[in-house]
Ligand binder design. Structure first.
Ligand code: ZN
Length: 241
């Protein structure tokens, strides 16, 4: 599913093509991202249609000038371009809403000391905590595994025992590199122009079970943490006891 780097990639492409174009008469003034949510802001107070919120769920896609198919849920006809929203599994949402998003702070905008406060005094394991969008928005299964490997942290480590500064640095570095590479394409992520991401070529542990760890040469293993497939190097990320 699209995580923060993929949604940021979508936002950057759509900004280049759609800003300033009108939809039903209202100019699109801004496209922003919070966690995995995309926000389209229009200047149209008269109709109440001011903000369109896109949550792509597992399989939602936004394509420019694509041909609608049986999975297409919405077609937004701008002045010069068409934005086609499709979703095979239908967990995504595209809604007009100015309601609060009920999301935690964006993880990429969160300073290390704020992350440290959120982790302090919590005994919950770090991986499910980082997946909790109410704590911090943006990370999903792929980037949590990559960030915990980079911070040499076992996914079951109680949050209060995690080195928040090291984790924060790993998160910033990995998310920025992933955005620069246009996100990760494992199976079905493509940007609005149909281009695949390239960050999967830099994955250190995600999907690499049975391969040698790029740091120590030991074997990467896959385990289940909070019902999610989880990839670690047991040597580089020992479980605390
Ligand atoms: Zn290792």
């Amino acid at each position: 599913m699209p995580e923060l780097p993929e949604v940021e990639t979508i936002a950057r492409v759509l900004r280049q093509h759609l800003l300033g174009q009108r939809l039903d008469g209202a100019p699109l003034e801004a496209i922003s991202r919070h966690g995995k949510a995309l926000l389209f802001d229009f200047s149209d107070a008269a109709t109440g249609r001011e903000r369109l919120v896109a949550r792509l769920g597992m399989t939602g896609t936004l394509r420019l000038n694509a041909t609608p198919d049986k999975h297409t849920q919405a077609v937004l006809q701008f002045e010069r371009d068409t934005l086609v929203y499709s979703d095979i599994r239908k967990f995504g949402r595209l809604v007009w809403s100015t309601e609060p998003l009920h999301l935690g702070p964006d993880i990429l905008a969160m300073p290390a000391d704020q992350l440290a406060v959120k982790l302090a005094h919590r005994e919950r394991a770090i991986k499910p905590l980082l997946l909790d969008q109410a704590l911090a928005a943006g990370l999903g299964n792929i980037y949590v595994d990559e960030c915990l490997f980079a911070a040499r942290t076992h996914p079951l480590t109680p949050a209060s025992r995690v080195d928040a500064k090291a984790l924060s640095q790993a998160i910033t570095r990995i998310l920025e590199a992933a955005i620069a590479a246009g996100g990760s394409t494992i199976s079905d992520f493509f940007d609005p122009l149909g281009r695949a991401g390239r960050y999967q070529e830099q994955h250190q542990v995600y999907g690499r079970q049975g391969e040698p760890c790029p740091n120590c040469g030991g074997l990467i293993v896959r385990l289940l943490v909070a019902q999610r497939g989880t990839h670690i190097c047991p040597r580089c990320q020992p479980e605390l006891c």
